[in-house]
Design a protein around this ligand. Structure first.
Ligand SMILES: Nc1ncnc2c1ncn2[C@@H]1O[C@H](COP(=O)(O)OP(=O)(O)O)[C@@H](O)[C@H]1O
Ligand SMILES: [Mg+2]
Length: 607
């Protein structure tokens, strides 16, 4: 069976709660000067927009209406000057919005990155990497957008309504009040629609994720489905889901389509009222032609942000859900932390004891280790072999304190290892894994991770011991050669040799190798093996290897099966026992021989 997908995303509703709002505001606090500049600039743009409409009125009434060219010229001059000012204000707010967005995004990413480094491996165990990646990239972007463009939409909309109302009341207060009375109606209608539409879309999304889940289940379980002839029933269940989704989607589309005509209808009513009442007022000289025209402009001016409200609100909700997810990441507490009284210790040499250790990865998982005991002498080389899933990696993960025992203790030099700081332990462990990880940079940089103040000479010596020097010398730029992102320009074997050199340079007290030779060719394997032997001198080592030739020289071989030590002893002792190790060894030996004979006969037949 494939690994089950344990992670269930919590539902982040994205309703605007004060707490999230305050935390978002706190992100902006350091940039309050930009925020103030931003708001002032928007205010200016919005005010000038309304004022231009007012100038139109004056052009019609005072300039064209009376044929007074001096007034006309004066108004046009004013108009021209203000347009330049408005253009400047537009430049300022776009610039501030950009700066603000970038800064906030940068801050959030930095915080998340720091947090991700603090979290223990168990967090990554439960949380898919894809989820984390999208928190860092798209969610931080969305929050930054909320703070800039979302905020802009709101401030602009509100200011447009305020300035338009102000000018309408200046022109004719009675008519102004009539129009102003329509705004609450529009807002209520828009809000109702928005609620319904968003509700339907949320329903669609929910069903959609159920459908995805059911896809998953049906695909991974397709053999079971076939074996039990459940196809028809699965199809029927699937049909119900898609049907529900179609209906909810249909309702959402219907409501969205209805929304605009209704808003337009209401604004048409407002326009009608203006023309009718304005006409009456015009007859008694209460309003000019230019005034009525200005009113019509102001109404469109006000309707536009209200009509847009639904979109802005939906976007805001999405951004707030993003913010909630980011904060949930920032709030998650690392499960493995230094205990209050833990000590810094610069050596981890000494005997190692696993005492009654029990461990499972997640609450609802089976025990991987149960009452596991192991005593290792300082300097001993322990090899762990056995079937996949037996618990070999888990044992070394615990020793590295990537995870901690759920029960029982691990002692290093007769002290519970949780009494040391994490860094004391991890800085004294050299580890080479099956999939070596390199960072982009040069080979030298990558080896230097083992010891940050190492000289070039130390690096070359370490590489020679690790068996990496030879291949590095053949590279065009030698130690300065770039490895590419994640070491993509090198082969697995070469990466393995580099991570081995890194471990050699570190001179750790404890050395761990987990299947480091499983995906390399035999020549590289021999190199790694030699490097390894150089490294294992005098230090406690744990070697997990698929190929048994690698581990024959170990002081003690443990056959790990179902989280237990099934057999323990030296290579020869275990062969004599004729048990599990014997079977594994002879099987592999036969395979190797067959392989060698195969190549040999192939070579012979070629001649
Ligand atoms: N990160 C993990 N999260 C959950 N379960 C895990 C994890 N790693 C290993 N396991 C489970 O723990 C058991 C032991 O695995 P592991 O220690 O990797 O064995 P080995 O290294 O001997 O192949 C297996 O059942 C495996 O599925
Ligand atoms: Mg393993």
């Amino acid at each position: 069976m494939t690994e089950t997908y344990r992670f269930e995303e919590e539902e982040f509703k994205g309703t605007f709660s004060g707490q999230v709002g305050l935390r978002i505001l706190a992100q902006v606090k350091p940039y309050y000067i930009q925020v103030i500049g931003f708001v002032i600039a928007i205010g200016l743009v919005s005010f000038l927009d309304s004022y231009f409409t007012y100038l139109h009125k004056r052009i019609v009434d005072e300039g064209i209406g009376t044929g007074n060219f001096t007034v006309l010229k004066e108004i046009l001059l004013q108009y021209g000057g203000l347009i330049v000012i408005q253009a400047l204000a537009v430049f300022v707010f776009i610039y501030f919005a950009g700066v603000l967005g970038e800064r906030v995004q940068y801050d959030l990413r930095k915080k998340m990155f720091a947090q991700l480094q603090k979290l223990s491996l168990s967090y990554y165990n439960k949380t898919p990497v894809g989820w984390i990646m999208s928190r860092v990239s798209s969610d931080s972007q969305r929050v930054a957008e909320l703070i800039t463009w979302g905020f802009l939409d709101i401030v602009w909309g509100v200011l447009n309504i305020m300035t338009a109302t102000y000018f309408m009341i200046t022109i004719n207060w009675r008519l102004g009040l009539i129009v102003f009375a329509i705004i609450p109606v529009l807002i209520v209608v828009a809000a109702q629609f928005k609620k319904k539409i968003i509700g339907e879309y949320r329903q669609v999304r929910k069903i959609n994720s159920k459908i995805t889940g059911s896809y998953n289940e049906n695909i991974t379980g397709v053999r079971v489905t076939k074996a039990f002839s459940r196809e028809a029933q699965n199809m029927a269940e699937f049909g119900i889901l898609t049907d529900e989704m179609y209906k909810a989607g249909f309702r959402a589309a219907w409501l969205s389509a209805l929304f605009l005509p209704i808003v337009m209808g209401i604004s048409a009513l407002a326009l009608g009222a203006v023309i009718w009442y304005g006409g009456l007022q015009a007859e008694i000289g209460g309003i000019s032609i230019g005034g009525i025209q200005a009113f019509i402009s102001y109404i469109t001016f006000m309707i536009w942000p209200i009509q847009d409200l639904a979109r802005v609100y939906a976007e805001m909700q999405r951004s707030i859900a993003s913010a909630e997810r980011i904060f949930s990441l920032l709030d998650s507490t690392p499960q493995i932390v230094d205990l209050p009284n833990s000590i810094v210790h610069d050596s981890m040499s000494g005997d190692i004891h696993f005492k009654n250790v029990s461990f499972y990865y997640d609450e609802d998982d089976d025990m991987v280790l149960e009452n596991f005991d192991l005593d290792v002498k300082q300097g001993e080389t322990i090899a762990l072999v056995g079937p996949t899933g037996g618990g070999k990696s888990t044992i070394v993960n615990l020793l590295c304190r990537f995870f901690e025992p759920r029960d029982g203790n691990i002692l290093i030099n007769y002290r519970d290892y949780t009494s040391y700081t994490l860094d004391s332990i991890q800085s004294q462990i050299g580890i080479v894994l099956q999939t070596p990880h390199l960072f982009s940079g040069s080979i030298e940089d990558n080896i230097r991770y083992g010891k940050l103040d190492a000289t070039s000479e130390e690096i070359i010596n370490a590489s020679k011991l690790a068996g990496a020097h030879e291949f590095i010398s053949t590279l065009e730029d030698g130690y300065k050669e770039e490895v590419g992102e994640g070491g993509s320009l090198l082969s697995v074997g070469q990466k393995q040799l580099i991570s081995l050199a890194r471990a050699v340079l570190r001179k750790p007290d404890i050395f761990i190798m987990d299947e480091a030779t499983s995906s390399v060719d035999t020549i590289t394997e021999t190199l790694i093996q030699q490097g390894m032997e150089n490294l294992m001198d005098n230090r406690t080592s744990f070697i997990i290897a698929h190929r048994l030739s690698t581990i024959r020289k170990a002081d003690r071989i443990l056959f790990i099966k179902d989280g237990k030590i099934a057999e323990s002893g030296s290579h020869h002792e275990l062969l004599r026992q004729k048990g599990l190790y014997y079977r594994l060894y002879t099987q592999q030996f036969r395979q190797d021989m067959a392989h060698k004979l195969g190549t040999l006969s192939l070579a012979l037949s070629r001649d």
